[in-house]
Write a protein that binds this ligand. Structure first.
Ligand code: MN3
Length: 250
C-alpha cells in the first residue's frame, strides 16, 4: 500500500523547499484525509480566523430510521456547536494568556479546553461526512482497495464489522469507535478513544468514526448501544471512506 517513491519525493521537496516546504506540508496535513474540498467544509473560516459549525451535507431526517431527526438536530445544532464555540473561546483565552491579560496559571485549564473541544469539533466533522442516507452512498460494503485492505488486515468485512462494533460498544462512558490508517506499519487498525480524544495527534489517520456518547443515540435506542451500532453500519458512506483511505496511503 505504501508508495515509497511518493514519500521520498515528498521528503525531497520539503528539504528543497525549506520553511516554505514545511508550510506546504502543514497545509497538506490539514487537508487530509478527504474531509472535503475546502476549509469551510472542514469547519474553519479562514477569513474570520474562527472555527465554524459546518452544515450537514444532508437533511436532518435523511438518515431515518437509522438515526432519528431529533437526535441529529440536537447533536449537530447544540452539541457540535458547543464544541466549536468552546474551541474558539480556548484559542482566544490562550492568546490573552500569552499577552499577559489572563493569569498564566490558567494554561492548564485552557489547554484542556483546547484539546477536548478541538477533538470534539474534528471528530464530529469527520462523523457527519462519514455517513450518508441510503441511496446517496450510505450503507452496503466497501469495494476496491479499501475492501482489499480490510480483508488483508481483518480477514473479512464481517470480521472487521464485528471488531469495530465491539470496540465502540466497549467504550466505558463516552467516546468514539474508529477505523484508522496507521502510517508506521501501513495497516488499518480499529480502536476506541475516550471522551473527545483525537488520534490525529497520535499519528493515526482517522477513516471512519462512530460517536458513542449517549447524546448520539439515547433518544431512539436508550441503553441499546449495540442496536445503534448496527444501524450506524447501515449508513456508512463507504465511497467517502475509500477517498480518505486513498489520501492516507498516497
Ligand atoms: Mn457527539
Amino acid at each position: 500500500m505504501n508508495n515509497g517513491e511518493t514519500r521520498l519525493s515528498r521528503r525531497a521537496a520539503i528539504q528543497a523547499g525549506g520553511i516554505a516546504g514545511l508550510a506546504g506540508l502543514g497545509a497538506g496535513a490539514l487537508a487530509r484525509p478527504g474531509w472535503g474540498p475546502s476549509r469551510q467544509d472542514l469547519g474553519y473560516d479562514a477569513q474570520s480566523g474562527k472555527y465554524v459549525l459546518p452544515p450537514l451535507p444532508y437533511a436532518y431526517d435523511a438518515l431515518e430510521p437509522h438515526i432519528d431527526e431529533q437526535t441529529m438536530r440536537i447533536h449537530h445544532d447544540k452539541h457540535h456547536l458547543g464544541y466549536v464555540n468552546k474551541l474558539n473561546g480556548a484559542m482566544e483565552a490562550l492568546a490573552k494568556v500569552r499577552a499577559g491579560e489572563i493569569d498564566g496559571g490558567l494554561i492548564d485549564h485552557w489547554s484542556h479546553e483546547l484539546s477536548f473541544n478541538g477533538g470534539g469539533h474534528i471528530n464530529h466533522t469527520l462523523f457527519w461526512l462519514g455517513i450518508a442516507p441510503a441511496g446517496e452512498g450510505g450503507g452496503g460494503e466497501p469495494s476496491g482497495t479499501l475492501a482489499q485492505a480490510i480483508n488483508r488486515d481483518f480477514g473479512s468485512f464481517d470480521a472487521f464489522r464485528g471488531h469495530f462494533k465491539a470496540a465502540a460498544g466497549s467504550v466505558k462512558g463516552s467516546g468514539w469507535g474508529w477505523l484508522c490508517y496507521e502510517p508506521v506499519s501501513g495497516q488499518l487498525v480499529v480502536t476506541h478513544m475516550h471522551n473527545q480524544e483525537n488520534g490525529l495527534f497520535g499519528g493515526l489517520v482517522p477513516l471512519l468514526g462512530v460517536d458513542v456518547w449517549e447524546h448520539a443515540y439515547y433518544l431512539r435506542y436508550q441503553n441499546r448501544r449495540g442496536d445503534y451500532l448496527s444501524a450506524f453500519m447501515d449508513v456508512v458512506n463507504w465511497g467517502k471512506i475509500q477517498r480518505r483511505f486513498d489520501e492516507a496511503v498516497a
